[in-house]
Write a protein that binds this ligand. Structure first.
Ligand code: CO8
Length: 267
């Protein structure tokens, strides 16, 4: 079931990694297949995500694709021969797609072109989605007699509500960027030429803050999806109290009072 880490010995990596300041940019790199997400690509992406998460010089991560496709879904050709026992034994999706759930640093999806099926689900697994005008979102798995099995049936309703999620999942309807914005699927829509600059600027801004605070905020917001309101509020309060155990919180408060810029040590 596993595929090679690149298309051939001489091929480029399936994920290109680049660091600017405190931001790690990860670019999905199977342009000829519209970044169809095969096992090797998802292994590579998972490894890069964990590397960035462990690097103290990195404060935020951006995932992007090409101008034409963020990702056109799971690799359909790769799946055609798989049987039930194959996907169970290899823990399809669980084994590598879900690595992103272990990342404590904020992950921003910068989406241009198609984000379909697994590509849309990968974007939904990120913390923030910025869409270019050209972005198109769909969960068309029903057309393959499959289902959005990389979190789509769960994250989409939480993002845009049941009625709209049912509409998309059951009809395979494609949203353009403006609709995705209206639905609350994305946080903002920008001109194509502005996609990467704006995603990088957002990531740079986030990465300038105290990392323990940023990680606590990400974790607390995610709790809103996975707990009752009462449990979530209790968790948020614990996280608030824990801020007083960090040097950065004291620095942030003192710097405001002293009317100076805070210097965070991420501790
Ligand atoms: N998998 C494999 N190859 C793909 C995929 C894909 N998802 N999408 C595109 N490609 C390939 C095409 O086969 C083509 O290859 P080639 O040049 O060798 O023929 C190349 O990329 C370019 O594609 P097109 O010629 O089709 O480009 P168009 O601009 O005409 O169309 C579309 C673009 C509309 C995006 C079209 O390619 C398309 O419909 N793609 C499939 C979209 C789709 O159905 N995605 C969902 C896949 S299933 C999934 O993601 C499930 C995820 C959760 C896992 C659970 C199991 C299902």
């Amino acid at each position: 079931m596993s595929a090679p880490a690149s298309e051939s010995a001489s091929a480029e990596p399936l994920v290109l990694a680049d660091t600017t300041g405190r931001v790690r940019l990860l670019r999905l790199n199977r342009p000829a297949q519209l970044n169809a997400l095969n096992d090797a690509l998802m292994d590579a992406l998972g490894a890069e995500l964990l590397k960035a998460d462990a690097d103290p010089q990195v404060g935020a991560i951006v995932i992007t694709g090409s101008d034409k496709a963020f990702a056109a879904g799971a690799d359909i050709a790769a799946m055609t021969d798989w049987r039930y026992q194959d996907v169970v034994a290899n823990q399809f999706i669980t084994r590598n797609w879900e690595t992103i759930r272990r990342v404590r640093k904020p992950v921003i999806a910068a989406v241009a072109g198609f984000a379909m099926g697994g590509g849309c689900e990968l974007a939904l697994a990120c913390d923030i989605i910025i869409a270019a005008d050209s972005a198109r979102f769909a969960l068309p798995e029903v057309k393959l007699a499959m289902l959005p099995g990389a979190g789509g049936t769960q994250r989409l309703p939480r993002a845009i509500g049941k009625a709209k999620a049912m509409d998309m999942c059951l009809s395979a309807r494609m949203l353009d960027a403006a609709e995705a914005d209206r639905y609350g699927l994305v946080s903002r829509v920008v001109p194509d030429a502005e996609l990467l600059p704006q995603a990088m600027a957002l990531a740079t801004n986030i990465a300038s803050f105290s990392m323990p605070a940023v990680a606590a905020i990400k974790d607390a917001v995610n709790r809103a999806y996975e707990s009752s309101l009462a449990e979530g509020i209790t968790y948020e309060r614990q996280q608030l109290y824990a801020r007083f155990a960090t040097d950065d919180a004291h620095e942030g408060l003192a710097a405001f009072v002293a009317k100076r810029k805070p210097v965070f040590r991420h501790a």
